[in-house]
Design a protein around this ligand. Structure first.
Ligand SMILES: [Cu+2]
Length: 365
């Protein structure tokens, strides 16, 4: 019989109760922060009216992020072209259908993770320390070497790499249908922690010519991403991740699901958006670990769903609610022209865990 000694990387914060986490989230007044839009990175260059391929470098950085007016800044891991402009979620990458994009993903993360890390489950363990990361473009039709295998992880400066690591620069062909994708971390045994820390971002494959006949709302004023992420916080603003373990004698920190008590959209807890009486397009991504969202509008306006994960629907579908599972994306239009009210809430009624768990005690977001 073997006896295996393990070193448990404990969270730096003491265990807290659900009531504590609900109280911290509940203390954050709703609709006080404007909804941000993440910076856009264009995955092509234009010359003489013709698009051509480019090579981007996108880093992963530790920085402080304000999730709410009244919450102290939170330490996060985020994507960006530099540490100053890196955001939670990361920049939105705009690719063109048929124009390949090369991205060199660089890990500038520090020696230690900001969240607990259970080494008793299969996990990337670098010999020289650091935080293993690897980027997966979710929904992308990509060559395997560019797909972000969980075993292709790497640490800062590629000092340590996983057994499937082959290259620092990934190639995204963008040969699939135009639509909505997202990129996120995928490191072995650490995906949940790295995403919770903030390694998430939206990716769009566009074909403006194909869309032109539909006259969809477009441009920075009428077309928004909503990247939803539930997070719980300690009073000092730091991210909470449960680390007591469902089976503490076997896996001291492993929890199969995470539910945050605050709903963040584009990196702000319960933000607001001022709009006009007209049609808008929203690309709604549920980047949460386990929480479903059953969304509706308090003024009863319907959603017109035009796209799902990665591509358009065959025809638009009008519906009063949309149920979005983790990692799903809905591309919707909302027409506020005839809104019966001046103010509308986007509400969530999905039980958590879905569908048999508790119903949110107040509509969230
Ligand atoms: Cu994914």
């Amino acid at each position: 019989m073997y006896c295996v000694a393990v070193v448990i990387a404990m969270g730096t914060q003491p265990p807290v109760s659900d009531q504590y986490l609900q109280a911290v989230a509940g203390s954050l007044e709703m609709y006080v922060d404007p909804l941000p839009q993440m910076p856009k990175i264009y995955g092509y260059s234009m010359f003489n009216g013709q698009p051509s391929s480019i090579k981007l470098t996108i880093g992963m950085y530790q920085k402080k992020w304000k999730f709410h007016r009244d919450l102290p800044p939170t330490t996060v891991f985020v994507y960006g072209t530099d540490p100053v402009t890196a955001t939670f979620p990361g920049p939105t990458i705009e690719a063109l259908q048929g124009v390949p994009l090369w991205v060199t993903w660089k890990n500038y993360l520090p020696a230690h993770h900001i969240l607990p890390w259970d080494p008793t489950i299969p996990v990337a363990i670098p010999s020289h320390g650091g935080v293993p990361t690897v980027v997966h473009l979710h929904g992308g039709v990509n060559p395997p070497q560019s797909d972000g295998s969980a075993f292709a992880w790497f640490t800062a400066d590629f000092r340590d790499v996983g057994p499937k690591w082959t290259q620092a620069t990934y190639m995204y062909p963008n040969i699939q249908c135009p639509g909505n994708l997202w990129y996120h971390d995928h490191a072995l045994g650490l995906t949940r922690a790295n995403l919770l820390a903030g390694l998430i971002g939206a990716y769009v494959i566009r074909n403006a010519t194909a869309e032109a006949p539909f006259g969809l709302p477009s441009g920075d004023l009428f077309e928004f991403h909503l990247v939803i992420a539930d997070r719980s916080f300690y009073k000092d603003g730091s991210l909470y991740m449960n680390y007591t373990g469902d089976n503490p004698t076997i896996h001291p920190e492993w929890q199969p699901e995470y539910f945050g008590e605050a709903i963040t959209v584009n990196g702000k807890a319960w933000p607001f958006l001022v709009i006009l009486r007209r049609r808008y397009r929203f690309r709604i991504l549920n980047s949460s670990n386990a929480r479903y969202f059953n969304l509706s509008l308090s003024n009863n306006l319907p959603f017109t769903v035009i796209g799902s994960d990665s591509t358009y629907l065959h025809k638009p579908i009008e519906t009063p609610t949309i149920l979005i599972a983790p990692s799903e994306i809905f591309d919707v239009l909302i027409d506020f022209t005839n809104s019966p009210t001046q103010f509308a809430e986007m509400m969530n009624t999905a039980a958590y865990p879905y569908p048999t768990g508790d119903v949110p005690n107040k509509p969230e977001w």
